[in-house]
Design a protein around this ligand. Sequence first.
Ligand SMILES: [Zn+2]
Ligand SMILES: [Zn+2]
Ligand SMILES: [Zn+2]
Length: 141
Amino acid sequence: MATTADRLLDALRHDGFRITRARRAVCEVLAAAPRDHLSAGDIYALIGPDFDQSTVYRTLEALEEAGLVTHTHMGHGASIYHLAADAPHQHLVCSRCGATIDLDPTGMESLLAEVTRRTGFVPDPAHFALSGLCRDCAAKA
Ligand SMILES: [Zn+2]
Ligand SMILES: [Zn+2]
Ligand SMILES: [Zn+2]
């Protein structure tokens, strides 16, 4: 089921957050573009200048605390935000041209299980993008 802005707002309200116009605007942007790779700055740019940028950050933090939104570090720049209900995927970022590719993580489980078997460490690979070269850049390398 698609996550709607109202569902996000209900969850915020349930966690004791007041629903302000800015919070509603942030939730509407996230619900409308669930697969877009929006940074907090992108979201701020989309909801317009009548809101305070720190409100955008605090709303994203609240949504993360409520388990509705996750962030991924794509590289050296700002993190991007995804709805937690989205199909999980691994991000690949080209270190040369900046291209980003969404990878279905099916098949990675055995590698991750091997990491845990050897070290006890439980990886969370979606938190950071994998850095490397895209097909085009690799062909030129
Ligand atoms: Zn590239
Ligand atoms: Zn993504
Ligand atoms: Zn992080």
